[in-house]
Design a protein around this ligand. Structure first.
Ligand SMILES: C[S@@+](CC[C@H](N)C(=O)[O-])C[C@H]1O[C@@H](n2cnc3c(N)ncnc32)[C@H](O)[C@@H]1O
Length: 469
């Protein structure tokens, strides 16, 4: 972050850059084509200019500090919501809009600074860091997040993109031939009984043939890409509801029969979209930018990252009691043979923990531990940006800004700037809980204090430097 004048200079520069980038991105999104879904209907996904949903409206803005208005700009939900480049690949609940990290990183980083997202999800922060020529590091305890982030940050030449898609087309032809020959699918699948419960029989057979042929691919990169493409379809073709509500069976009204070959067509299309996006991303990244480094560790521990390993952190922590990433991704882990045990045991804020009484208190403790670990891996003077919205706990609204500020006070953090945007509320429950002060989303920017600067509470919880420094 540096001195105040530094902060102001960066604020002025980045306001210009971020505005230019935002306008460019929005124009790109508006010019995009309407995508079609497996059933041939227009699907409101990539590149489509959609109106902001009501819940995302920007009703009011509060700012504090030198970078407050810039953070407000980052938090403002844009009119055009189309996801561009690899951001569009694979559903991932609770993700950032890519303009948030784009705007924030342009404001708070210097050339060459290492950017880290300890709860990277699908890797939105990383994709944006790479485009700004910044070394990008990401971490998530969910193995599906690592799979998705790897593809979203993977770069390809257009020729490679075509070759991978040709591989997918070849598999589709083989799957169709096996279907015509009535060849029963054969594969080692530890959780086959669980999978069988979620698919129409012909779809299960089609998907099992795909998985077997993908796993047989000799090339590691192509196999990984196709595994991720498969993952993007695994829930869509199941009898489970959308990703944000996984674990909830679809109602019979929604569970329409899906035709033979539909999954194959979808997988080939997805592979084409992804690999073309990877090639387009590659063109926007300076050749000297190192590939993203990905970790699958508990953010409270991060054993692979040393003292001062990164210069800047931008993340959105898991909310208390809102999502259950393990349940949401279990079907994918079953298909792909990914080990979800660490996520099952270590997921922060999981909804499944609420009934057991491990609600907001355990979330606060976990986030406190995470911030201490982040103080170890972030160099002194480095910036930490946290994005989070208010939530409801036991029918009462909880102010995320107050909660995060309180937790940060236990470590070597100084709040520099902040922006909060007021969002609309919908349900009766929300209207009641947020009646007094409204529902807000916040973006807080802290500086990692150097040891000599002490902490807000006299150093309690300050991380110790490693021996010999
Ligand atoms: C709000 S999401 C982040 C979404 C991300 N900003 C994006 O744009 O895709 C929070 C993430 O925290 C991860 N998570 C939960 N507990 C964790 C832990 N103990 N260590 C590391 N990651 C964890 C979840 O798997 C989830 O991907």
């Amino acid at each position: 972050m540096g001195s105040k004048s530094n902060v102001r200079r960066r604020a002025a520069n980045s306001r210009r850059t971020a505005r230019g980038q935002r306008n460019g991105a929005e124009r790109g999104a508006a010019a995009g084509k309407i995508m079609r879904n497996a059933a041939g209907k227009p699907s409101p996904s990539r590149g489509v200019r959609r109106r902001r949903s009501f819940s995302q409206q920007n009703l009011a803005l509060e700012t504090e500090g030198a970078l407050g208005s810039l953070l407000g700009e980052a938090l403002r939900t844009p009119e055009a919501e189309g996801y561009i480049l690899t951001h569009a690949f694979h559903p991932y609940p609770g993700r950032f809009h890519y303009l948030l990290p784009r705007t924030v990183l342009a404001a708070i980083t210097r050339p060459g600074e290492r950017v880290f997202d300890p709860f990277m999800g699908g890797g939105t922060t990383l994709v944006e860091a790479l485009q700004q020529g910044l070394p990008a590091l990401g971490n998530d305890l969910n193995p599906v997040a690592v799979l998705v982030a790897r593809e979203r940050t993977r770069l390809r030449t257009p020729t490679e993109a075509r070759m991978v898609t040709a591989e997918a087309q070849r598999i589709a032809v083989q799957v169709e031939a096996l279907r015509r020959e009535k060849h029963p699918p054969r594969m080692e699948q530890r959780f086959q009984h669980r999978l069988a419960a979620h698919y129409q029989p012909h779809l299960l057979a089609e998907l099992m043939q795909w998985m077997r042929l993908i796993e047989a691919l000799p090339d590691d990169d192509r196999r990984e890409t196709l595994r991720a493409v498969f993952s993007s379809a695994a829930v869509k073709f199941s009898n489970l509801a959308a990703d944000s509500q996984q674990g909830v069976p679809r109602s019979s009204r929604i569970a329409k029969p899906i035709g033979k070959g539909a999954a194959s067509r979808f997988l080939v299309d997805k592979c084409g979209e992804l690999t073309r996006a990877q090639a387009a991303l590659a063109k926007r990244i300076a050749p000297e930018t190192p590939p993203a480094e990905l970790y699958g560790e508990d953010a409270r521990l991060l054993p692979s990252l040393g003292w001062g390993a990164v210069d800047c952190i931008l993340t959105s922590p898991p909310y208390p009691g809102t999502y259950d990433y393990y349940a949401q991704h279990r079907l994918r882990m079953d298909w792909l043979g990914l080990d979800g045990q660490a996520l099952l045991e270590g997921e922060i804020g999981a909804r499944r923990d609420r009934p057991a009484g491990r609600g907001d208190d355990s979330w606060s403790a976990a986030l406190g531990d995470t911030l201490l670990t982040l103080a170890r891996v972030l160099r002194p003077g480095g910036a930490l940006a946290l994005a989070m919205g208010d939530w409801i706990s036991a029918d009462h609204a909880v102010d995320a800004r107050a909660a995060l500020t309180r937790i940060a006070q236990r470590g070597p953090w100084r709040l520099e700037s902040r922006a909060s945007v007021r969002r609309a509320v919908h349900s009766r429950k929300e209207k009641k809980a947020y009646a007094k002060r409204g529902k807000w989303e916040h973006l807080l920017l802290f500086t990692r204090l150097a040891a000599a600067e002490g902490t807000a509470q006299g150093g309690r919880g300050r991380p110790r430097p490693p021996p010999g420094t």
